[in-house]
Design a protein around this ligand. Sequence first.
Ligand code: SF4
Length: 352
Amino acid sequence: MNVTEKLLKSHQIDETLFVEARNGHHLAEAQYQALKRQIEALLASKNAVIVAHYYTDPQLQRLAEETGGFVSDSLQMARFGKEHPATTLMVVGVRFMGETAKILTPHKRVLMPTLEATCSLDISCPIDPFSAFCDAHPDHTVVVYANTSAAVKARADWVATSSMALELIEHLNAEGQKILWAPDKHLGSYLAEQSGADMLLWDGACIVHEEFKAQGIRDLKHVYPDAAVLAHPESPKTVLDLADLVGSTTQIIEAARRLPNDTFIVATDRGLIYKLEQLAPGKRFLEAPTGGRGATCHSCAHCPWMAMNHLENLLVSLRDECNEIELDAELCRQAMVPLERMLAFSKSLPPR
Ligand code: SF4
């Protein structure tokens, strides 16, 4: 039983979320323009800015860009929210992203279109068992992925995102440290394999990336033999073994621009394709298959929680100043330490 099936079975995930994700919320252009005008006025009156993730609906990404906001990966979102002068951040993504913004800028108001948008990695790593796991291995440096709760971050020595995790693990390994990694087991295995580090892994997975199928990619490669495969490291090893590039969303975009191929098979959330088409015009991007032999296809390459964000609930949250992220001040203070370490470490890295 994979992680998706386990989560569904234990009723931690409502199946209707997956229907929600597949339906989408795409609006006609006239409706989009009408909502955009209202949102623009609210952003100005409340000194607010939109910070959105690549996996959100293309109309939300477009709105963020057209209103002076920002669209990126979770590391750059954290940095942008911290450095931007706006006093209210409208974080469009999933809950851990809003919490990260609040931890790094406790003096700012952080709103989200919905507080129900979570992440299977966050769900799979509750603080009490995670803390017990850390306590059982006191000789290990605790590194957690950004996709975790504030409480889990507060228990960690380091926070990492996929764009800098390999460099961080290599750095800690070079210092002779043993590492406890949570929650993504696929990313953890990839990091251990690439770095040779001694790593203990938590048993979590992303329900979107875990669905990609190596056989489906091989079949697609028969049809498009010149296509390059770009894979996010939350994907299973069988998928990563077929990839021409394994990297974060930002690294996938850079590779699509840099590589000479005209066609790419993309093993990450299909929300990224909006940005890929924008930044690598004239190239073709195919979603990596989640169907085929052995498939359950709960996610169909789109995160059901990212899909809970749409223009209407963003407008309501901004207008009514609801869905605010509120965190205990002491928890924020503790979680800020490994997050600040992450930002400082990533800043010290040469561009990849
Ligand atoms: S795509 Fe996966 S890792 Fe990202 S928020 Fe959704 S469940 Fe979490």
